[in-house]
Ligand binder design. Structure first.
Ligand code: A3P
Length: 345
């Protein structure tokens, strides 16, 4: 009996404790008391010569509280400083590469308080119909943010679509461009796996990877196969370099983002002139998923959807060897142009 009472008391205390912590967090995120909080770590100079003082901490901390509610339509005008929120054109775009880890990169960058992501792939520059709707249409697709924050969107089809570099250049010739790449053969298999899953969902049969990647007549690599062509990174990059200098690109190692995301993200923070605010706290390895997941704070965390991190089909090792040999010279050129050596086989 005594034991039961003690258990009851313990349970009540636990509930009361959770309520108290919950209320405190509620107040901290909803009320202006945020202004009195200290920054987690010192904020260094960013956004040009005028420096950090211009970047209101309040804007950073409100990002996932009020802005989130605003997007969901849950908050009143008093809570959200509506007049400060704007839909801004992106200052950086993740232009590709498909299956390189573009979603993981976008979501992880969004952990940074000064970054606001466009959740959907907008496909403005690669889709003629969308492009014809004009830049205002594009801007209105962007999330609300504070002027000091930067908007980032990702549409991996941009990297391989002929017209895109010129179109982006016309919008903003000094935009920052992020390309996340993976070892080309692995990326091609990942690409194939995604298409295969789509076919299976529709109860359709599909060719084996080997049959698509190798031309049965010549027994050489089939360069007409899109998954192979997309992995010839240097060919696509060369088209972009007709419009943008190499300094405007940053290459993210997608294989490393899987196993060791923080250093890759820190390089991106530097490239974007953002103060280093993403920390190991924001990233935790989820053994069940087999990937790093995201932690925004003590309450909110998330892993990427199951469509990210599919199990690849087994591929004939001789085909893998052939593909790796095929990609090798293109990779060397890619390292040379970008200045980033990735040690792919
Ligand atoms: P696989 O499905 O081949 O494993 P994209 O977002 O460009 O489509 O890229 C998908 C790839 O992102 C996945 O490819 C997966 O390996 C990779 N990825 C990188 N970090 C991840 C993470 N934290 N969670 C899930 N997938 C991640």
């Amino acid at each position: 009996m005594l034991f039961k009472q003690q258990a009851w008391l313990r349970q009540k205390l636990l509930v009361l404790g959770s309520l108290a912590v919950g209320s405190l967090l509620y107040l901290v995120t909803r009320v202006g008391s945020l202004d009195r909080l200290q920054p987690i770590c010192p904020i260094e100079g960013r956004f040009g010569a005028r420096g950090q003082a211009e970047f209101p901490l309040r804007a950073l901390q409100f990002k996932r509280g009020l802005l989130h509610e605003f997007r969901k339509g849950n908050s009143s005008k008093e809570q959200v400083r509506l007049h400060d929120l704007v839909q801004q054109l992106p200052k950086a775009i993740i232009i590709g590469v498909r299956k390189g880890g573009t979603r993981a990169l976008l979501e992880m960058l969004n952990l940074h308080p000064a970054v606001v992501k466009a959740s959907q792939e907008i496909h403005f520059f690669d889709n003629d119909e969308n492009y014809a709707k004009g830049i205002e249409w594009y801007r209105k697709k962007m999330p609300f943010s504070y002027p000091q924050q930067i908007t980032i969107e990702k549409s991996p089809a941009y990297f391989i679509t002929e017209e895109v570099p010129e179109r982006i250049y016309k919008m903003n010739s000094s935009i920052k461009l992020l390309i996340i790449v993976r070892e080309p053969t692995t990326r091609a298999i990942s690409d194939y796996t995604q298409v295969l899953e789509g076919k299976e969902r529709k109860n359709k049969t599909y060719y084996k990877f080997e049959k698509l990647a190798i031309d049965p007549n010549t027994c050489e690599v089939n360069t007409k196969y899109k998954a192979v062509r997309t992995s010839i990174y240097t060919k696509h990059l060369e088209r972009w370099l007709k419009y943008f200098p190499i300094e405007q690109f940053h290459i993210v190692d997608g294989d490393r983002l899987i196993t060791e995301p923080l250093p890759e993200l820190q390089l991106v923070e530097k490239f974007l002139n953002l103060p280093p605010r993403i920390s190991q706290y924001n990233l935790y390895f989820n053994a069940t998923r087999g990937f790093y997941c995201l932690r925004f704070n003590i309450i909110f965390n998330k892993c990427l959807a199951g469509s990210k991190g599919r199990i690849h089909p087994e591929v004939d090792p001789s085909v893998i060897t052939k593909l790796r040999k095929f990609f090798h010279p293109f990779n060397q050129k890619f390292y040379q142009i970008t200045g980033r050596t990735l040690n792919w086989p």
